[in-house]
Design a protein around this ligand. Structure first.
Ligand code: ADP
Ligand code: MG
Length: 320
């Protein structure tokens, strides 16, 4: 049974890279790293019922398990090359695997990523992907480089995946059919590569902006101020009846996999150009400050309360 599954993946692998000396089939894969490059390595596990609802279609699980790993590579400015896939499946279900593989390989093909190995075991559904990519030596974008005065920017829109999850929980979104931002986040690979030499720090927003920007601030030893109304909301979210809720999602909800990055003021023009080149909105949402901690203000200057575990639901405090 296990052999059939592995054989299926090996056969349907759409990408054959010249730097793969040996892929699926032996005890190890053998890979060639060009001189002058660093290897960036990342891994993420998705557990059914924890990281995705148990009724998520296999196509979406395949897509997302790869997307979240490519997103980590993007946040370092790495160009993805190889992945391994460790699958724990309740049973050998070829129809399930075929749909999973379609989601996984569809994304892999778009970015020229080759599946080079993995592991297949039986148990409660859990998918672990490890992704590897290249960074020209010394050009990695880390979380530690933000400096006072830097501009804080984000790609795309925030809060959409969180809104999708709320709708799903409320029964307003059929997770089994919708090709939505929760199931199909776009890893910002091209943006990450374009930000080499421009961004002073970067992270992908997987756990929510406050949490993830917080990692940049801590690791850079700086603080920041944000203006709430500058957070990028999609047109659909802007039209929502409850704008306070939408901004709360943009601050705290995870799973958007947009990039949050910082740049020195001298690069602002290049960022404006990049939006057009990449056809991807990039929004300036605040600035890095010397004083540690994150401060969020409304456009009028009124500060928001941020609780330690996240932040308080501020719609109640609006006129308080
Ligand atoms: P081993 O006993 O050496 O771990 P396995 O039987 O687990 O070997 O795997 C055989 C080959 O198939 C190895 O090359 C492994 O990398 C590959 N493989 C196993 N499972 C997967 C998977 N889910 N995706 C891709 N390759 C896999
Ligand atoms: Mg094995």
């Amino acid at each position: 049974m296990e052999f059939d599954l592995i054989e299926y993946l090996r056969k349907h692998n759409p990408v054959q890279r010249p730097d793969v000396l040996q892929g699926i089939g032996d005890d190890c894969a053998r890979l060639r790293v060009e001189s002058g490059y660093e290897l960036a390595v990342t891994t993420d596990t998705l557990v059914s019922g924890v990281h995705f609802p148990a009724d998520t279609p296999p196509h979406a699980i395949g897509y997302k398990s790869l997307a979240v790993n490519l997103s980590d590579l993007a946040a370092m400015g790495a160009e993805p090359a190889w992945v391994t896939l460790a699958m724990t499946l309740p049973r050998a279900d070829m129809a399930w695997l075929a749909s999973f593989a379609e989601g996984f390989f569809g994304l892999a093909e778009r970015y020229g990523v080759q599946l080079v190995g993995g592991d297949t075991t039986q148990g409660p559904l859990s998918i672990t992907v490890q992704a590897q990519g290249f960074i020209p030596q010394g050009q990695a974008i880390t979380r530690a480089g933000a400096r006072p005065g830097d501009y804080i920017c984000v790609t795309g829109f925030l809060g959409e995946a969180g809104l999708n999850l709320l709708k799903y929980k409320g029964g307003d979104l059929a997770i089994t059919t919708a090709r939505n931002r929760l199931n199909y986040p776009e890893p910002r690979i091209i943006a990450g590569i374009a930000l080499r030499g421009i961004a002073s720090a970067a992270i992908d927003v997987s756990d929510g902006l406050i949490a993830d920007l917080g990692h940049i601030l801590t690791q850079s030893g700086v603080g920041a101020r944000l203006t709430l109304e500058d957070l990028p909301l999609s047109a659909a979210m802007l039209e929502d009846q409850d704008p306070a809720k939408m901004y709360e999602l943009a601050l705290t909800a995870g799973d958007d996999y947009e990039l949050c990055f910082t740049i020195g003021e001298q690069h602002i023009e290049r960022i404006n150009q990049l939006q057009y080149d990449l056809k991807l909105p990039i929004k300036h949402i605040g600035n890095i400050q010397e004083n540690p901690g994150l401060r969020i203000y409304r456009r009028g200057g009124e500060p928001l309360e941020i609780a330690s575990g996240g932040y308080e639901h501020f719609s109640d405090k609006r006129h308080g």
